[in-house]
Ligand binder design. Structure first.
Ligand SMILES: C[S@@+](CC[C@H](N)C(=O)[O-])C[C@H]1O[C@@H](n2cnc3c(N)ncnc32)[C@H](O)[C@@H]1O
Length: 412
């Protein structure tokens, strides 16, 4: 059932859906591995508009996330995810007919796609921590004819032991760690796909069990609302200029929140690294390399007002790669325009506070290491080991310690 029956001729859900899937498929074949035929068929079937009741059809069939819940400060806590990202993660997950799938983070749309992919012999259970979300997902799934999907209200940190094991577990909220329940409830040969936050950057990882640890089979750039409940991430926001400029970092030793809050008033250090970037956007490989190399890696945020008034020169609305240590910080500057010809996007660093010149030099130095050794490589492999695994039993690489796990990022 696809909910198209009563709709007038012009922009029918079916037509808009075809156009959306054509667009998602075309962009995917330009950027990487093409959309798999099975995921494409599911996208062409599931009626996304029925999971966004009351929204214009054009919004339901735009390749955009649609925020459905916000907290008291207006920060999004739930959304119906962006179709292109949903598609990429389903291709990472590879659900097969007959599989038992657990989805953590509901909305209904992705559960409907999963239901198409596992077929009548499989099963889909979707869980969410927010009762409004589970109620909305339940009624939309029923309205769209996916009444076999089970919807459960609970904190995904603990999975669903009563229904385990699962062939596939897909997490559609930004996790900060991999709690033991997820690999513990995975069937032999199973796969977990989860967005994992690593020092402020998030990658969707496809993980499989390999002995006592998990190993990544693929990773994708992604953005999600943050996980709530027991697994909440220990994020610290330090205002540098009221609400206009700030640093978003993970709590930890070596950060002095009080002197950092005053650092922006100190004279600015500017440093050219000599590393040329692509014409637009932060390079996924470089920002991840910097996040691995520096425990104090963080993101600088700034409003258009702050940029317009020259307080800072950040380039990326979602947060500019930065490094904080003691009472100083340094960050990646905006691309410069030479006045004619193409945008010259050099990795330039700015810094403020005591020792900012040293921080800026180290940030620029690691950008040069990435440029020389890893820029054209295949990208990193992620392994996830139980917390308490001694250093000498970990593979070589950068170690990022979490509550339950030690994540090792290995760059070939
Ligand atoms: C991006 S939305 C999920 C989108 C959805 N999968 C879809 O079909 O579009 C993320 C959801 O994760 C939920 N969430 C946050 N923390 C959670 C937790 N600890 N356990 C389960 N759900 C959680 C939020 O309430 C929110 O509804």
């Amino acid at each position: 059932m696809n909910g198209d029956e009563d709709t007038p001729r012009a922009n029918t859900p079916a037509r808009l859906r075809e156009a959306l899937v054509d667009e998602v498929a075309a962009r995917r074949s330009l950027l990487g591995p093409p959309l798999s035929p099975r995921v494409e068929a599911a996208l062409r079937t599931a009626p996304r508009h029925l999971f966004l009741p009351g929204r214009p059809l054009e919004q339901a069939y735009a390749d955009m996330p649609v925020v459905t819940r916000t907290d008291a400060e207006g920060v999004p806590t739930s959304s119906v995810s962006q179709p292109a990202m949903v598609a990429a993660m389903l291709d990472q997950l590879r659900p097969e007919p007959g599989h038992r799938v657990l989805e953590i983070g509901s909305g209904g749309y992705n559960a409907a796609l999963l239901s198409e992919l596992v077929g009548p012999a499989g099963s889909v259970t979707t869980m969410d921590i927010d009762p409004d979300v589970t109620a909305r997902a339940r009624s939309a799934l029923d309205a769209a004819g996916y009444d076999r999907v089970e919807v459960v209200l609970a904190d995904g940190e603990f999975g669903l032991p009563d229904r385990a094991p699962f062939d596939r577990i897909i997490v559609t909220v930004e996790a900060w760690d991999i709690p033991p329940a997820w690999p513990g409830q995975l069937a032999r040969g199973g796969r977990i796909v989860t967005p994992l936050r690593l020092r402020g950057l998030t990658r969707s990882l496809a993980l499989e069990q390999d002995g006592d640890h998990l190993v990544s089979r693929s990773d994708e750039m992604c953005a999600f609302v943050a996980i709530q409940g027991v697994g909440e991430s220990p994020v610290l926001r330090i205002p540098l200029y009221g609400a206009e400029v700030g640093l978003v970092l993970e709590k930890g030793p070596g950060i002095d929140p009080v002197s950092l809050a005053g650092a922006l008033a100190a004279p600015r250090v500017d440093l050219h690294s000599g590393v040329e970037l692509g014409p637009v956007g932060p390079l996924s490989g470089l920002d991840l390399w910097l996040a691995c190399a520096f425990p104090g890696f963080c993101l600088l945020t700034a409003t258009p007002w702050a940029v317009g008034h020259g307080l800072v020169a950040p380039a990326w609305a979602a947060g500019t790669p930065a490094l904080a240590e003691g009472g100083a910080f340094a960050y990646q500057g905006a691309p410069e325009h030479a006045g004619h010809g193409p945008l010259r996007a050099e990795f330039v660093v700015h810094g403020h506070g005591p020792g900012a010149d040293d921080l800026a030099a180290r940030l620029a130095g690691q950008a040069r290491v990435w440029d020389r050794d890893h820029r054209s490589g295949p990208g990193p492999v992620f392994t996830v080991h139980p917390a308490g695994t001694p250093d000498d039993r970990l593979p070589g690489g950068f170690v990022i310690d979490k509550r339950h796990t030690r994540v090792v990022v290995t760059w070939p």
